[in-house]
Design a protein around this ligand. Structure first.
Ligand code: ZN
Length: 279
C-alpha cells in the first residue's frame, strides 16, 4: 500500500493542480529523507513543473529551469503520501518535504512519511534513467499483450510472487495481486511455467480491468491511503477476496475464501482457483 492505482490517482491530482507551475523552493525538514541529490536542492528554485509521471509506485516530477531538466522522485513505499496543503494529517511532524509553488494559497505539495530514510531523490536526466532501469519492470497499463506474455513466460516461479516482483511487473502489490488472481481463477502459488499462453493473455486483460477500475474509484484506502486532496479511495468496497479470509466465495461456488500466511497473505478460493486449472 499504496500500489499502482493509488499512485496513478496521486499523479493525476498533482498534474491537475500544479502542472506548469513555478516552484519557489523545496523545503527539506530532514536531510536523511533525501537518498540522492540533496546538494542540488537550490537548483529547483524558480524551476517550472513540466511533467508528472508514475513509474510503478513512484511519482516522478520533472522540472525545467533554463532548458535544463531535473527530477524529484518520490517513493510512496508502504506509508508515504503526497498531500495538498489543505489536507489535514494526524502527525504533521512526518511532513519531511514541502514543495512551495507560486500562488497565494494552496501552493504547497507536501511529502508525508513516518518512515523517513531515503524516500526521495533529486536527480538529473542520467540519474533518472539509471533509477528507472534498475527498479522497474513493465508497466501493466502500458505493456502490450504479447510483451506481457513474453515477460511472464520467460520467468520461473510462483504466479503471485512474479506479479508482485517490481522488476518484472511494476506497480502491483498484495491487494491487487490477490484481486486479479481471483478474477482470473488462478491459484496464487501456481508455477508460471504451467500457464498456457491463452491463460496469460486472459490474465493480462483482467489485470488491466482491475487496475483501471480501481483508478476510476480513486484507489483503495487500506491502512491510511489518502489522495493529495484528502479523499479516500473507494475501491476497497469492491474487493472480492483481499482481507476476506473465512467468508463465502463471492462466486457462490460454495467454497470459503482461504487466507494463506506468507510474507504477504494470499486470499483465494480453493475451488475457483485450483492448482489443477492451469491449462
Ligand atoms: Zn469460489
Amino acid at each position: 500500500m499504496p500500489e499502482l492505482p493509488e499512485a496513478e490517482v496521486v499523479a493525476r491530482q498533482i498534474r491537475t493542480r500544479f502542472l506548469g507551475t513555478r516552484l519557489r523552493e523545496i523545503w527539506v525538514g530532514r536531510e536523511d529523507i533525501v537518498r540522492e541529490g540533496y546538494t542540488t536542492v537550490l537548483w529547483y528554485r524558480g524551476a517550472s513543473l513540466q511533467s508528472i509521471e508514475r513509474f510503478g509506485k513512484s511519482i516522478v516530477l520533472g522540472f525545467t529551469n533554463e532548458q535544463v531538466c531535473r527530477y524529484v522522485v518520490a517513493e510512496l513505499g508502504m506509508t508515504g503520501l503526497l498531500l495538498f496543503q489543505s489536507t489535514q494529517v494526524k502527525s504533521p511532524q512526518h511532513i519531511h518535504v514541502r514543495l512551495l509553488f507560486d500562488g497565494s494559497s494552496e501552493s504547497e505539495l507536501r511529502y508525508w512519511n513516518p518512515r523517513r530514510f531515503g524516500r526521495l531523490s533529486l536527480l538529473d536526466k542520467a540519474g533518472l534513467e539509471r533509477y528507472l532501469a534498475r527498479r522497474f519492470g513493465v508497466d501493466p497499463l502500458l505493456v502490450s499483450q504479447p510483451d506481457f506474455v513474453r515477460v511472464l513466460r520467460e520467468r520461473r516461479g510462483r504466479l503471485k510472487s512474479l506479479l508482485m516482483h517490481q522488476q518484472v511487473v511494476a506497480g502491483i502489490g498484495n491487494i491487487y495481486a490477490n484481486e486479479i488472481l481471483f478474477r482470473a481463477g488462478l491459484h496464487p502459488n501456481m508455477q508460471v511455467g504451467r500457464l498456457s499462453v491463452g491463460k496469460v493473455e486472459r490474465l493480462y486483460g483482467i489485470m488491466r480491468e482491475v487496475l483501471e477500475e480501481a483508478i476510476a474509484c480513486g484507489g483503495s484506502s487500506v491502512r491510511d491511503f489518502f489522495a493529495p486532496d484528502g479523499t479516500e479511495g473507494q475501491y476497497k468496497r469492491r474487493h472480492l477476496v483481499y482481507g476476506k479470509g473465512g467468508q463465502p466465495c463471492p462466486n457462490h461456488c460454495g467454497g470459503t475464501i482461504r487466507r494463506h500466511q506468507g510474507e504477504r497473505s494470499s486470499y483465494f478460493c480453493p475451488r475457483c482457483q485450483s492448482l489443477r486449472s492451469a491449462k
